[in-house]
Design a binder for this molecule. Structure first.
Ligand code: ITT
Ligand code: NA
Length: 207
């Protein structure tokens, strides 16, 4: 069966397809650019779940397909859990990932190592054509670096060091941008929200 991932972010699509492949699920995931023209909805809610549902509902109404959507972001303790739902537009609406992460780094410039904790959060929403709705949530805890490292992944990956990793021989910890895709999927917020959603999706699709 075909399922829509209502996202304009190609990196999210890649991550979802990779995890679905791992579970050998017979699902064909299409995205918004496959059903253009598509008006991207305003993400007006203050919660990840609220925004994920806005995107998945609009995707379902527009495509008629079972629709998934991810709303995600990074919550920095020292910034009162911001940027949170505003992660993709922290440094202005048209800014690139690099400008957003540089602003966060400047904002935590004076925060010492022991107080640089942050969490990535992903809420995955599924809206079925009959109107049934489901959400799952995944979290990855860690801390912020002082400068970007690594070139994999996207967004804030170069400045985020997850807790859930084994240090190398020199005792060094890596950012998620220094990990392989598979290493990130195994511990990431989106890996967790997607893996929690897959049994629900399978059941809804009668797989
Ligand atoms: P869609 O809304 O179209 O899905 P988006 O990129 O605008 O795409 P969000 O509104 O959910 O998605 O914003 C999520 C932002 O949070 C994203 O742009 C990154 O800046 C950050 N983010 C989320 N997951 C991330 C990850 O795995 N690695 C790095 N940064 C991430
Ligand atoms: Na968005």
């Amino acid at each position: 069966p075909r399922v829509l991932l209502a996202t304009g972010n190609g990196k999210k699509l890649t991550e979802l397809r990779r995890i679905i492949d791992e579970y050998d699920m017979d699902v064909d995931v299409i995205c918004l650019k496959d059903i253009e023209p598509y008006p991207e909805p305003d993400e007006t809610e203050w919660t990840f779940a609220g925004n994920a549902l806005i995107k998945a509902r609009q995707g379902m109404i527009h495509s008629g397909l079972p629709s998934l959507a991810d709303d995600s972001g990074i919550c920095v303790d020292a910034l009162g859990h911001m940027p949170g739902v505003r992660s993709s537009r922290w440094n202005g609406p048209e800014e690139e990932d690099i400008a957003n992460l540089e602003l966060v780094l400047r904002q935590v410039e004076d925060v010492p190592r022991g107080r640089r904790q942050a969490q990535f959060v992903s809420v995955m929403a599924l809206v079925m054509p009959d109107g049934r709705e489901f959400t799952t949530r995944g979290v990855m805890t860690g801390h912020l670096t002082t400068r970007p490292k690594g070139s994999h992944g996207f967004g804030y990956d170069p400045i985020f060091v997850p807790d859930d990793q084994v240090p190398d021989a020199d005792g060094r910890l890596r950012t998620t941008a220094e990990m392989t895709a598979e290493e990130k999927d195994a511990i990431s917020h989106r890996g967790r929200s997607v893996r929690a959603m897959l049994p629900i999706l399978a059941r809804q699709l009668g797989l």
